[in-house]
Design a protein around this ligand. Structure first.
Ligand code: DGY
Length: 433
């Protein structure tokens, strides 16, 4: 349905109403039913959305997320604040031992990026709360380096595809081919009761996802043991780029919130990560790619995550140019930017979750990256396209890059949050013109 006649202010009101409807008491569920708990990276984007109109609520979102932080610094991908039987796998399957039930794996570390954004808007207010969250993020980045890059290579590894946030990306097909489908857990999928199965991962994928959960639960979620037995171990280009950008955000915060030793410690990790990213540049494909650390292979698939190194200063000017040209080519091919998997890839499926659909949060990050590398008009084009899709198809979980149709869950918190950020940015642009 086209809603072209609806004014932007009405959509802003709808976006805020979605955040209010998904508020469960200081934390926001991604959407009603399908995702009834607090998700790690969803919350970071939601916090940035709140920050456009309510700094206190924005900080509260992050505080509730860090209630789930483990003593070793890991921030779980799900915090099960209150029971719900509409989601699988729930706390019983994870079998972790934190004070509040949580999953045992993590998700893209957007926390420090969100915190820096909130701090920028808060000015001198809320310094104590911001400093406490800064320390949580610092402990989290130390965890990433120790637990997920124990050999100090400069690239962190994911041990479960859910940690990428891009669950069924075709990048993971090759590494998953080696993961057995056997599981000791009874699989009771709930997701396909909420949305069309054709838009979700397949059953065989789910058996492998749960095989990994079984394996790590059996070693008590101990990071060294998980590392040693991991049947799935990938250096995801998305997470590595986000982590380097988050380290840069943390470095900025260290000036006001940190101890004297923090900045050199963060800078040392950043230097290693920049070098790590350069090792996953594919000369043939002219793009950054994920690497399967069990086989050593680069995962040669063009995905939206491959553009996320633009968020950082790791790409050379030449590499940045090549990435921008690749985006133009995808758009010329007729797709709405930025499809999670390029339509030219054999694994592309326009409606299936991370195998093709466009996600507003990734577009927001890529736009930030384009701006950083001097392509403001490219950033505008991506965001204008995203905003138009939302105004046409609603605050959907994701969008078909070929038809623009809204897919997955509706009333989605992070899509609402990005909508608020986009409208604000567009307004600033108009005022500056
Ligand atoms: C899901 O259940 O689909 C989530 O993406 C896993 O966190």
């Amino acid at each position: 349905m086209t809603e072209k006649s609806v004014p932007v202010s009405e959509f802003v009101a709808r976006a805020r109403a979605v955040l209010a409807a998904n508020d469960r008491g200081g934390y926001t569920v991604p959407t009603h039913g399908l995702y009834p708990f607090q998700w790690n990276w969803d919350s970071a984007f939601v916090a940035m959305g709140f920050a456009t109109f309510d700094i206190d609520r924005a900080l509260r979102e992050l505080e509730r997320l860090t209630e789930g932080q483990w003593d070793d610094g890991m921030i779980p991908h799900i915090v099960f604040h209150a029971p719900s039987d509409t989601y699988f796998p729930g706390p019983d399957v994870w079998g972790t031992r934190h004070r509040i039930p949580t999953s045992g794996i993590t998700q893209p570390p957007v926390l420090a990026i969100a915190l820096a954004e909130i701090a920028r808007r808060a000015g001198h207010h809320e310094q104590t709360r911001i400093a406490a969250l800064y320390r949580a993020a610092l402990r989290n980045h130390r965890w990433w380096a120790q637990a997920r890059d124990p050999d100090g290579t400069g690239l962190v590894a994911l041990l479960h595809n859910w940690e990428s946030g891009r669950d069924n990306s075709p990048e993971w097909d090759a590494p998953f081919a080696r993961v057995p489908e056997t599981t000791t857990t009874e699989i009771r999928r709930r997701d396909t009761g909420h949305v069309d199965a054709a838009m979700r991962p397949r059953d065989s994928d789910y058996r492998r996802y749960i095989h990994l959960v079984d394996a790590y639960r059996n070693v008590g979620w101990n990071p060294e043991k998980m590392w040693a037995i991991a049947p799935f171990k990938v250096a995801d280009i998305g997470v590595n780029s986000i982590l380097l950008a988050a380290e840069e955000s943390l470095l900025g915060l260290a000036r006001t919130c940190g101890e004297p030793g923090d900045a050199p410690e963060i800078e040392a990790r950043m230097m290693r990560m920049r070098a790590g990213l350069q090792r996953v540049w594919s000369v043939e494909r002219r793009q950054f790619q994920s690497r399967d650390l069990n086989s050593g292979e680069l995962l040669a698939v063009t995905t939206s995550a491959g553009f996320l190194p633009l968020l950082t200063d790791a790409p050379t000017p030449e590499q940045a140019q090549q990435m921008m040209r690749a985006l133009v080519q995808i758009a010329r091919g007729g797709a709405m930017l930025v499809p999670s998997t390029a339509p030219t890839e054999s694994g592309f499926e326009s409606k299936r979750y991370w195998r093709g659909p466009v996600w507003a949060v990734v577009n927001w990050l890529i736009a930030q990256g384009l701006e950083r590398h001097g392509d403001a008009s490219g950033a505008d084009a991506i965001l204008d396209g995203t905003q138009a899709a939302i105004e046409r198809a609603g605050l959907a979980e994701y969008f078909d890059p070929l038809s623009g149709e809204g897919l997955g869950g509706q009333g989605f918190s992070w899509t609402a949050a990005i909508y608020l950020l986009m409208v604000e940015r567009q307004r600033a642009r108009r005022e500056a013109a």
